[in-house]
Write a protein that binds this ligand. Structure first.
Ligand code: ADP
Ligand code: MG
Length: 724
């Protein structure tokens, strides 16, 4: 089965499942799915045969596209879009801000007779020139040469985006680069890394005797976690509006400790949101499949059926955007920040990754007898080597400000990269490493002890939820990826490090006289050199931190430190060797990420200062004023005021302490703001502002527990998490 067939199969079974739970009729759902996509079916229907063939050559093999073909495609695309109500088109791209960008142009063009015609040429389809000079370029272009170009990525189909008012735009996925061809976006390096990986993987396959596969594509299914809260609470919190997370807030009496939210029944309000979301996504061809309640209160997850990685990355951007758009229609706000609430789980994005050939093989499928599946073990070795050798780069790919609040907090994988391989595979690999013959355990069945229940075939890997990089049967799940970023970054790193390992393996196999012996030697050496990265135990435990240190595995706790790993001479060599990112492109990214980090921290700091000065302190002052009046009234009336006085003393002490901390914090902030060197600035924010914020928060959160609910100026955790 080809990847496309496999995806189609899963999508249609997914459709069945959803049809049962929805009131949509069978035919309406199949009609709905992909109805807003200029997909293969639409192309076949609307393009002349020759044009269609030429375009497929470009999509599948990267053959150059002539302007003639582009003109025909553009015209067909325009007619299709206009029939469906579009008035505008946009080149949709993914600048280094991590979100998507679009500038809309109407199809309207003046005609000679003073009227107008609807026009869209091949040139307009292939190339755009948005004056996008305000996007970060990290020095790759000066503003006087601010030209940035967008180039059509025909491997990801064009689609229609509909907003809540029914306004329809033909949306064309594009890459975004500078006048001199440097990548200014997230898509270009991802596409380059896919090419690089394919080339080396095919070499390995050839050496192992596969004659049919001509391309290898990484496949990806990103599971997206998110929170939903009522918009009225969001609107009342400057911290959420400015930074996407709560900077203050005492814990709710109930959190996630009862584990009653995870996989719990979905409430009607949320279910109705999810249904709308599914429909919007299905129309755009996004294979939204699974939806459920997550661990934290008010937290949820959406998982699509996997796709080839480039499309999966585009779709994940659409998922994040659509989540937020549809939430508003339901009076909700979707928070995709990694840590919107302290004390309960944050959000990540489980990045399920594998490699498939164009003749339909999943290269990470072990089969029933993995011990004699040489091809599988060779590709597995490549992964082990890549992840161990470049753990710190993988860590950098998953770094952002939000993830600093999550990694290692007993809810997400720790900052140490290791691989969960499962017992059986580890046994096989370790036996082979000793030069002995390995065997597989064969199919095992789980016996549940109830005769009426069928025996369940047991997977040959158990699940381990604590590992950052887990083998899950026929794919790897990279669990460290932050919920809010584009998956292109981490996957560009993953693809590239695997490319290098495959390149080394291919070179050895191509030179070998006895392929089997050489393959065995490769597996053995990989285990001896890189087996230390395999860990099947509890990654959340203290012992693992110590054990990992003994094994020499890096433990990088902050984003600032992690990004540095992508700016080393070694990283330059690796990424330029496979033409994924040049030295300049790497460094521009390093600068941009550090700058972004400092800006995000600055926003958090400013929002905190504003809330303390304009909301918390005034609220506490008016409460102490009331208390003081009560004390004096009681004194005049001859009543006892011990309780009131005690409370007044406690609250006043905290108020003084918070005020002192605020003054120190503001001074530190001013200093950080004045730092000019990007690296020093990011470090200043990390080392001074982060602890300052935490310290300030302690007093305010304690005050929250002392003041009457009606006197507190912002919505509480209990309200946001349980009343949304
Ligand atoms: P889980 O128990 O983690 O939910 P699933 O089997 O549902 O496991 O898979 C989770 C995600 O992995 C889904 O998005 C799924 O489509 C994706 N996935 C499955 N097979 C592959 C593959 N070969 N390559 C990439 N992603 C895959
Ligand atoms: Mg999963």
């Amino acid at each position: 089965m080809s990847i496309a067939q496999e995806i189609a199969r899963v999508v249609s079974s997914n459709g069945d499942k959803h049809m049962k739970e929805s009131r949509l009729k069978d035919s309406s759902l199949t009609k709905l799915f992909g109805s807003n996509v200029f997909n293969d079916r639409a192309m076949q229907e609307r393009l002349p045969k020759d044009t269609y063939k030429a375009l497929r050559q470009t999509i599948e093999k990267g053959a150059p596209l002539t302007l003639e073909v582009a003109n025909v495609v553009a015209n067909a695309m325009k007619d299709w879009a206009i029939e469906k109500g579009a008035t505008h088109y946009t080149h949709w791209f993914q600048p280094l801000t991590g979100i998507t960008a679009e500038k809309h142009d109407s199809f309207l063009s003046p005609s000679d007779d003073g009227g107008s015609v609807m026009e869209f040429s091949g040139k307009q389809l292939i190339q755009g020139e948005p004056d996008a000079s305000s996007f970060p370029s990290g020095g790759l272009r000066a503003t006087f040469e601010a030209r940035g170009y967008t180039a059509w990525d025909c491997t990801s189909p064009a689609f229609l985006k509909e907003d809540g008012n029914g306004y329809v735009t033909l949306t064309i996925p594009t890459a975004f680069c500078s006048y001199t061809g440097e990548a200014l976006d997230k898509k270009t390096p991802l596409l380059r890394s896919i090419e690089a990986l394919s080339k080396q993987a095919v070499r390995v396959l050839r050496a192992l005797g596969n004659k049919t596969a001509t391309r290898v594509m990484p496949t990806m299914g990103p599971e997206q976690e998110y929170f939903l809260i009522d918009k009225k609470y969001y609107d009342a919190r400057i911290d959420l509006i400015a930074s996407g997370r709560t900077l203050f807030g005492a814990s709710s009496p109930k959190g996630q400790e009862l584990e009653d939210q995870y996989f719990g029944a979905i409430r009607d309000r949320i279910s109705s949101f999810m249904r709308d979301l599914d429909i919007e996504l299905w129309k755009m061809g996004v294979t939204a499949k699974t939806k459920h309640n997550e661990v934290a209160p008010a937290q949820y997850e959406l998982a699509p059926v996997f796709q080839t990685i480039n499309i999966a990355a585009d779709h994940n951007q659409l998922v994040m955007e659509t989540l937020q758009r549809v939430a508003l229609r339901h009076g909700l706000v979707c928070l995709i920040h990694e840590k919107p609430f302290a004390g309960v789980n944050g959000s990540g994005k489980h990045n399920n990754w594998s490699m498939s050939t164009n003749d339909g093989q999943n290269l990470l499928e072990p089969g029933k007898t993995p011990h004699d599946n040489e091809q599988f073990l060779v590709f597995l070795s490549a992964l082990i080597k890549a992840v161990d050798k470049h753990a710190s780069k993988l860590r950098a790919g998953a770094a952002n400000r939000g993830n600093d609040l999550r990694l290692g907090a007993n809810e997400a994988p720790p900052a140490i990269i290791s691989i969960f391989m499962g017992e059986e595979l580890t046994d096989i690999l370790e036996t082979l490493a000793k030069g002995k013959k390995a065997s597989s355990k064969g199919q095992h069945y789980l016996h549940i002890g109830v005769d009426s229940l069928p025996p369940l075939p047991k997977d040959n890997t158990d699940r381990n939820r604590t590992s950052p990089f887990a083998f899950t049967g026929n794919k790897f799940e990279f669990r460290m990826v932050p919920s809010s970023i584009s998956i292109s970054g981490p996957n560009t790193v993953l693809n590239t490090i695997v490319t290098e390992a495959l390149d080394d393996i291919a070179t050895r196999l191509e030179k070998a006289k006895d392929i089997n012996k050489e393959a065995e030697a490769i597996i053995k050496e990989t285990m001896i050199k890189h087996g230390r990265v395999i860990f099947n135990g509890n990654n959340y435990s203290e012992e693992w931190v110590k054990e990992a240190k003994k094994r020499g595995l890096p433990n990088i706790s902050s984003a600032v430190e992690a990004w540095h790993e992508m700016a080393t001479p070694e990283a330059e060599k690796l990424f330029s060797k496979y033409k994924v990112l040049s030295k300049e492109e790497l460094h521009s990214r390093y600068d941009i990420y550090l700058e972004q980090y400092a800006k995000i921290m600055n926003i958090e700091a400013q929002a905190a200062v504003q809330m303390v000065k304009r909301q918390y302190i005034p609220a506490v002052i008016s409460f102490t004023n009331q208390l003081a009046q009560t004390v004096s009234n009681l004194k005049n009336a001859g009543g006892s005021s011990t309780v009131q006085k005690e409370l007044l003393t406690d609250v006043s002490k905290l108020l003084e302490s918070a005020n002192k901390k605020l003054a120190i914090f503001e001074a530190v902030l001013e200093k950080a703001q004045g730092t000019s060197n990007v690296e020093a600035k990011a470090v200043a924010y990390r080392d001074k502002i982060v602890p300052g914020l935490n310290d300030l928060r302690k007093d305010i959160d304690t005050l929250e527990t002392l003041l009457p609910a009606c006197a507190w100026p912002v919505p509480t955790y209990a309200e946001m998490l349980f009343k949304s």
